[in-house]
Structure formats: structure tokens, C-alpha cells
Design a protein around this ligand. Structure first.
Ligand code: FAD
Length: 391
């Protein structure tokens, strides 16, 4: 008989897992540290391996409204301004993978996931509750919680730690090591599409490769918003979380870049900065009805745009295994970890490799550009192993 599962964290991973588990007959409690389920004003790409799972959960229509299907991915050199490759993302992706490539505002994605959870009587979301510790008990897992600063405890049959990069569940399970800063900082901003120069406006997803820097941009909210992320090599992490970025510093770093990009960058004055980090993939000690998922288990650099997608894939596999042995969730979680380990580690490694390749300079950059030109429109299909994945 499916029982009760507690999920720590109501991010993309935690909310998707709540839905996949509830659809398999489990009762789910989601404990979220934040007092409200809100998100920062930036976008996320949902490649077909992830969108397929959300469509199967019945969220296709709700997501298709605010999401944009980019016409194409255009890879350009930030040194010469020239196009290196262009791959169709609309019909071609739908035909090849049977699911769309969406770009969507994170706030819209989170709101749609949360609304779907709230419409399920088997899912209960509690905000303002932080999981601070845990211990395996004979009847499940004992949780230490903090509610409005008040400490108390609770017992659950099984626990899924979906509490992100600095996971308290991961620390309580024995890995309290800090994330590894990967000498890259992401600068993020959104702006109205009408403020974007003609050369960059419109429905395409742009990737610009420069020396020690690259840039990704795409439309959001039916094309009304322009989302831009500039990723810079950095010797030290930025202070704090969502640190404000100095536009003058960014302008200096992109001084040699094509005019249209410099123009967009100059029009933004509220950049938010993230230090980029990852950690070795680890799902927990594989004992007892406890597991990690999403960024808590395998945070990755955003250079394949797959961190959220991997959390969504985790949710599908987790529920699949839980439904196979609902009376033995410890065994189900061990099988879940075994099924996910190699794939997430491979994507993490690719993200790290891309981080180096995207920022090459001199002759190495010329060789990279040539290789991308040769790949041309096949640049998306070259990653079939990522986008063609099915649970
Ligand atoms: C610049 C950038 C661009 C990216 N672009 C993409 C992209 O295009 N596509 C993609 O797929 N991925 C992308 N990612 C990665 C993606 O954002 C993450 O992988 C994804 O958000 C992970 O989801 P999660 O639910 O595992 O963790 P999180 O989103 O971190 O959610 C964790 C939740 O747990 C809560 N929490 C934390 N601690 C506790 C606690 N102790 N108790 C209770 N609750 C707690 C948090 O408040 C949060 O709500 C990008 C990342 C960055 C930095």
C-alpha cells in the first residue's frame, strides 16, 4: 500500500516529485523553508527530456500558455559576431523527440507546479518550515524542524531531500562539505522585448561564445520579455545570494563584443549575480527510507541547461521505483539512486567541459568555432542522449 512521503524543498524538483508520487497513490507532505512559493525573475529552458514528463503529468496546456518555443538555437562567436551554427528548435524538436523545447519564466513554472500540487488532495504543502536535521528511526525518519524560529520534530515514513545546492538533508546524511565554486559567475536580467535592438529581438535562443565569457538569451512570456544571462570567468565567488552586479564592470568585460550585445547589456541596470558551483553526485548513504534528488543530489553548472531537467527526470524515476515496492521505500530509493547515478554524473561532467570550451580564446577558440561550424544544424541532435531520454 502506498504510504506517506515527506519532501524537503518546494523547488522544481520537490514539487514535480510531489506530483509524480501523488499520481502513484502516495500521500505527500512538502516542507518549504520560504514563507511563500515565489521565484526570481529569470527564465529556464525546459528541453524535451523534461517537458515530456510535465506533459505526461497533464501540465502541457498550462505550460504552453506562458512558455515560448524558440524558433532556433543560434550559436555565434562573440569575437567576430559571425554565426557558427543554427539548429531549428520548433517543429524539428517536436518531431525528433515527441516533446517541445520550452523557455519559461521560473515564476510561471513554479506557480503552475504549485497549483497542480494544490489541486491534489493527497499533497499538502507547508511553507515557512525548515528541515534542520534527521535521524533514522525504526518506524521511518525523525525530522528536526524549525517553524517561525520554533524548534520541533516530526516522524515520517520516508524522506526525499529536494532542498537544493546547500541541502540540509545532505548535510544531515553525512555530507556537509560546501559546494565547489567553479570560477564562474552568472549575471542575469530580464527586460521588455521592445527595448532590445532589432538584431537580437525575436523568437530565437542565442548563445554567444567569447574569451572567458559567454552569453545566453531567449524570449519569455509569449515573447514580451527578453531574458539574458552573461557568464563570466571569476577568481572569487560573489558575496551572498543574488548579489547585485555592477553594470560598469560588465561593460568593461564585454568591451570587445558585438555592438548589439553591448547595447542590450548597457540597457540593464539591475543585474543579479550567482556564483556557480557543483558537488559530486550523491543520493545519500543508501540505507533507510531517505534519498536526495535534484540539486541536493547532483547540482551542476548551467552550461547544458539541465539542472532543472535532471530534477524533473529524478521525480519521474523516483515515483516509478516507489510504486514498484510501496511497502519497501528504502529498497525503492536504492534502485532510484542506481538508475540515476551514471546519467546525472555524465551531464555534470559535460556541463563542466562546456564551461571550459565556451570560454576558450586564441587558436583553441578558432578550433572550437570550426568544430561547431562543421556540426552546424546537427548541434542539438548531437545531444540525443540527453534530449531523447524517457523515464
Ligand atoms: C544561471 C542558471 C541558469 C540555469 N538554467 C537552467 C536551464 O535553462 N534549464 C535547467 O533545467 N536548469 C537550469 N538551471 C539549474 C536549475 O535552476 C536548478 O538545477 C534547479 O532549480 C534545481 O531544482 P531543485 O528543486 O533541485 O532545487 P532548488 O530550486 O534549489 O529548490 C530547493 C528548494 O528547497 C528549499 N529549501 C532549502 N533548504 C531547505 C530546508 N532545509 N528545509 C526546507 N526547504 C528548504 C528552497 O527554499 C527551495 O525552494 C540554471 C541554474 C543557474 C544558476
Amino acid at each position: 500500500m502506498p504510504g506517506t512521503v515527506t519532501i524537503a524543498g518546494a523547488g522544481i524538483g520537490g514539487l514535480t516529485a510531489a506530483l509524480t508520487l501523488a499520481r502513484r497513490g502516495f500521500s505527500v507532505t512538502v516542507l518549504e523553508r520560504a514563507v511563500a512559493l515565489d521565484e526570481i525573475g529569470a527564465g529556464i529552458q525546459l528541453s524535451p527530456n523534461a517537458s515530456r514528463i510535465l506533459v505526461d503529468l497533464g501540465l502541457g496546456d498550462a505550460l504552453a500558455t506562458p512558455a515560448v518555443v524558440p524558433e532556433a538555437m543560434v550559436v555565434r562567436s562573440a569575437t567576430t559576431g559571425g554565426t557558427l551554427a543554427s539548429a531549428e528548435l520548433g517543429e524539428a524538436v517536436a518531431r525528433r523527440y515527441g516533446a517541445p523545447w520550452w523557455v519559461i519564466h521560473r515564476a510561471d513554472l513554479l506557480a503552475i507546479l504549485a497549483a497542480a500540487c494544490r489541486s491534489e488532495s493527497a499533497i499538502h504543502i507547508e511553507t515557512g518550515v525548515t528541515v534542520t536535521g534527521l535521524a533514522l528511526a525504526s518506524d521511518g525518519v525523525r525530522l528536526d524542524l524549525s517553524r517561525d524560529g520554533e524548534r520541533n520534530s516530526a516522524t515520517t515514513e520516508a524522506l526525499v531531500g529536494a532542498d537544493g545546492l546547500r541541502s540540509a538533508v545532505r548535510a544531515a546524511l553525512g555530507d556537509g562539505a560546501p559546494p565547489d565554486f567553479r570560477r564562474r559567475v552568472a549575471w542575469r536580467a530580464t527586460m521588455p522585448m521592445e527595448a532590445v535592438p532589432q538584431a537580437l529581438a525575436g523568437g530565437r535562443l542565442g548563445l554567444w561564445l567569447g574569451a572567458d565569457a559567454h552569453c545566453v538569451h531567449y524570449p519569455l512570456r509569449t515573447g514580451r520579455l527578453f531574458n539574458i544571462v552573461v557568464l563570466l570567468k571569476a577568481d572569487a565567488p560573489v558575496e551572498g545570494w543574488r548579489a547585485p552586479g555592477d553594470p560598469a564592470l560588465l561593460a568593461r568585460r564585454l568591451a570587445g563584443w558585438p555592438a548589439a550585445l553591448r547595447e542590450v547589456v548597457a540597457r540593464v541596470d539591475d543585474w543579479q549575480c550567482w556564483s556557480l558551483a557543483d558537488r559530486p553526485a550523491w543520493f545519500g548513504p543508501e540505507r533507510g527510507p531517505v534519498t536526495l534528488m535534484g540539486d541536493a543530489a547532483h547540482p551542476m553548472l548551467p552550461f547544458v541547461a539541465q539542472g532543472g531537467a535532471m530534477a524533473i527526470e529524478d521525480a519521474a524515476v523516483l515515483a516509478d521505483e516507489a510504486a514498484t515496492t510501496p511497502d519497501d521505500l528504502a529498497a525503492a530509493f536504492r534502485r532510484f539512486a542506481a538508475r540515476r547515478k551514471a546519467r546525472v554524473a555524465r551531464v555534470q561532467a559535460l556541463a563542466r567541459r562546456n564551461g571550459a570550451i565556451y570560454h576558450l580564446k586564441g587558436p583553441a577558440a578558432l578550433a572550437r568555432d570550426l568544430a561547431i561550424r562543421v556540426m552546424g544544424g546537427g548541434i542539438v541532435a548531437s545531444q540525443d542522449w540527453i534530449y531523447g531520454w524517457r523515464p
